[in-house]
Design a protein around this ligand. Structure first.
Ligand SMILES: [Zn+2]
Length: 263
């Protein structure tokens, strides 16, 4: 949907080649209301023949990325492409940095995982969950800030950027772990919001929760606007509060902590 008239980088062995997603004017299009899809979008790299294209190093399978870069709006909004799922990687890296800076000695082993392929079926999380066999998993991802036009708050929940990280209730979320995180947020006065998922959370939480005979898992999400576009946007203070909440939640965990409902 967002491809038409975007500039892109085609990544080739010979380096980056510039191209564009062309789109004909409305009065020349056969079907006036045609929407962009895989059936009609195309890349134009300014060549006339197949030989010219091949000479540039372009072949089927080359990775293409949008040109759009990161920017900050009004000093407090991060904006750019693929904040989903890169901002999570940034947040957990900051948690590691904090643990190092404060010289924290944890009474348990801690793995910090920035897993790949969440968008195509939680594949990275699936693989690493089996490798690590964790006792507990605290997962982070983005969720929808529903305060923009075209999103139904009744269906999607009332989530707002600036009101803090979002804690999800759902089948993949272990309630005693979630309660512990909520207690941590309250103790450290970290603002948070609540969301509910009736089935899948659609995040790596699902992959961890249902791995290895079940792993107590919880999800700390960052509200994000315009998801899956080149102008995804989140608020700086939500990022900071998410980092703090993940950090403090890790610190609050005890070695061998029992999360069972009945023990
Ligand atoms: Zn996504």
């Amino acid at each position: 949907m967002i491809a038409p008239s975007k500039r892109v980088n085609i990544h080739t062995e010979k380096g980056i080649v510039k191209a564009i997603f062309g789109w004909p004017a409305i009065h020349t299009r056969q079907a006036k209301e045609e929407t962009p899809s895989l059936k009609n979008i195309c890349l134009d790299c300014g060549c006339s023949t197949k030989e010219e294209v091949e000479k540039m190093g372009i072949h089927v399978g080359c990775v293409v990325t949008f040109e759009d870069e990161f920017m900050i709006l009004n000093k407090n909004r991060y904006c750019g492409r693929a904040l989903d799922n890169r901002i999570g990687g940034f947040m957990i890296a900051e948690v590691v940095r904090l643990l190092g800076r404060e010289k924290v000695k944890l009474p348990f082993g801690l793995y910090i995982v920035n897993s790949v392929q969440e968008e195509v079926g939680l594949r990275g999380a699936e693989m690493i969950a089996h490798k690590i066999k964790p006792d507990v998993a605290i997962v982070t991802d983005v969720c929808h800030d529903t305060g923009t036009p075209m999103i139904d708050k009744i269906e999607q929940g009332d989530i707002k950027s600036g009101d803090g990280p979002v804690l999800t209730y759902g089948p993949a979320v272990q309630n005693n772990l979630l309660k512990a995180i909520i207690k941590t947020a309250e103790k450290h006065k970290i603002p948070f919001q609540r969301a509910a998922a009736s089935r899948a959370t659609g995040t790596d939480t699902d992959a961890f929760a249902y791995s290895n005979e079940g792993v107590p898992s919880a999800l700390i999400s960052l509200p994000l606007r315009y998801m899956h576009t080149t102008v995804e946007m989140c608020r700086k203070e939500d990022v900071e509060n998410s980092i703090r909440l993940i950090y403090e939640s890790v610190l609050s965990l005890k070695s061998g902590q029992d999360f069972r409902y009945i023990s």
